[in-house]
Write a protein that binds this ligand. Structure first.
Ligand SMILES: [Zn+2]
Length: 215
């Protein structure tokens, strides 16, 4: 998967994409291209979705809305489209799930649109609070999905990484002792290292040492 464009925009027609977007919503639009092999995975939804639900249990609370459902004002659990939409659609939901863990008091919504001229090209729209955190969540979501696709045994690590990231992003103060993170999450050094590496990569922390994290 390649992100070929990222834009932050407010646009008046946003409510046409999701009933939860209003004209004042700032949306992040990720334009992405998928590799052919990712698009042609057989039974992608059936293989990936159950594992995602185990790692991210809040998936059970997600709702999908379609044009038809908007008319009846009803919503359903995450929908399998049974075509090329499935993996980008799961990527949208997982990004929202991660953002909701980081900002539990805020409601996030998304919409995934496929281009007519290229079946492997999509726009994923998500309402945002913080641009860098959105980018972090999007990359973490894709790392999780691609590790499930590659059948790597690392997936549970991502759940912890999200929890640690949430703790650090919402921390009141500029410095955290690493021991505080260890005690809070009762997890091993490699997991904390992975979380800090990602947070530093996306400029959500300034730096970290063996002893402390500078936000
Ligand atoms: Zn959906």
């Amino acid at each position: 998967m390649r992100i070929t464009d990222i834009k932050y925009l407010k646009f008046n027609n946003a409510s046409k994409l999701s009933k939860f977007f209003d004209p004042e919503t700032t949306l992040c639009r990720f334009t992405i291209h998928f590799n052919k092999e990712h698009m042609e995975i057989e039974n992608a939804f059936q293989n990936i979705f159950p594992e995602l639900k185990q790692i991210f249990p809040n998936f059970a609370d997600h709702e999908c809305c379609h044009d038809l459902d908007l008319k009846s004002n009803s919503a359903y659990n995450i929908v399998e489209y049974g075509n090329y939409m499935d993996i980008p659609h799961l990527l949208e939901h997982l990004t929202i799930d991660i953002l909701s863990t980081i900002y539990p008091d805020r409601r996030f919504s998304g919409s995934t649109c496929q281009y007519e001229e290229a079946q492997n090209k999509f726009d994923i729209f998500i309402n945002v609070k913080n641009a860098q955190v959105s980018l972090f969540a999007f990359h973490l979501a894709w790392s999780t999905i691609s590790s499930i696709i590659c059948k790597q045994a690392l997936t549970r690590l991502f759940q912890k990484v999200v929890q640690i990231a949430s703790f650090i992003i919402n921390y009141k103060g500029n410095n955290i002792h690493r021991n505080e993170i260890v005690e809070q999450f009762n997890c091993s050094s490699p997991v904390i290292e992975q979380a800090l590496l990602l947070l530093e990569e996306f400029s959500l922390i300034s730096e970290y040492t063996e002893e402390q994290v500078v936000i």
